[in-house]
Design a protein around this ligand. Structure first.
Ligand code: SAM
Length: 283
């Protein structure tokens, strides 16, 4: 049987069901078997794994995931795909849930579908909601093991950036707090139907054990540090709107052993954590 990544098969299915692409939903479907397999490889899926896919589209990735995993639950916003899925995703270990992933009660769905078992997320994400989707995954109280996603290349670089890199910013620190993130490979726009205007890349994020911290406060400090990227930390914090005097800021930096003349983009996650603890103590 022809696989869905074969362009002729995909076109046949799309025209059979009169499917029209909705650009605003980020609908760019994969048409390359190699890339589909490479994404599944990057996700390190075994026959014991539960998978949550966000945005199955026609089901090109879903088909591959179902071959490798124990169970695949796919969440799709576009109800117009319902009839088409009866043909493409009539697979024993696949369940499709229709709705907006951002509106979904993830804790409830994970409990109902995967019980106490962990799960991995694999997705070719709709680019207009990449960050909110990743934030929701990381902040939910679920037994998430890893996230392997295709995103816009620029975003992939920011997600995986390390201190000192030009792409390193508050998003990188947030990701680094929750996960060990690796940039896996770049994907050309020619492997999509229709072709997007931007390049893509795949990242793998493995969930980390983390300390119990006041994360709201930590990320407030991180965002404040990056308010004026090119300026020194002392200046950034002074102009950030945080309720600290220049002396308080100097003191928090000093207690943390961090030179106020440095820039935010040079600070490691550990330094941000120490700094946030010391800001609490001077405030
Ligand atoms: N996985 C398919 C593939 O690789 O060919 C399709 C990927 S396409 C880039 C993104 C998919 O996400 C589309 O099917 C789109 O309808 C769906 N989508 C967009 N926004 C969504 C949301 N908020 N929740 C769930 N699915 C969404």
């Amino acid at each position: 049987m022809d696989r869905l990544y074969k362009p002729s098969k995909l076109s046949e299915i799309l025209s059979k069901y009169g499917f029209r692409f909705t650009k605003s939903l980020g609908q760019n479907f994969l048409i390359d078997g190699n890339i589909v397999r490479k994404i599944a490889d990057a996700a390190e899926i075994s026959e014991y794994d539960n998978i949550l896919e966000i945005g199955p589209g026609v089901g090109t990735m879903t088909e591959e995931l179902a071959l490798r995993a124990k169970k695949v639950v796919a969440v799709e916003i576009d109800e117009k795909l319902r009839d088409l899925h009866k043909e493409t995703l009539d697979i024993e270990n696949v369940k499709v849930i229709y709705g907006d992933f951002l509106e979904l009660d993830l804790e409830k769905i994970a409990g109902e579908e995967f019980g106490d078992e962990g799960f991995k997320v694999v997705a070719n994400l709709p680019y207009y909601v990449t960050t909110p989707i990743i934030e929701k995954l990381l902040l939910s109280k679920v037994n998430l093991i890893s996230i392997t996603v295709m995103v816009q290349k620029e975003v992939a670089k920011r997600l995986a950036a390390q201190p000192g890199n030009k792409d390193y910013g508050s998003l990188s620190v947030f990701i680094n707090y929750y996960t060990d993130c690796k940039y896996k490979f770049q994907v050309p726009s020619s492997v999509f139907m229709p072709k997007p205007n931007v390049d893509s890349a795949v990242v793998n994020l493995k969930m980390k054990e983390r300390e119990d911290l006041d994360t709201d406060f930590l990320f407030k400090i991180v965002r404040a540090a990056f308010t004026t990227r090119r300026k020194t930390l002392l200046n950034s914090f002074s102009n950030s709107g945080l309720p600290y005097s220049k002396d308080d800021i100097k003191r928090a930096l000093e207690l943390s052993g961090i030179d106020g003349g440095r820039r935010a983009e040079t600070l490691s996650l550990e330094e941000f954590i120490i700094l946030s603890v010391n800001f609490k103590s001077v405030g």
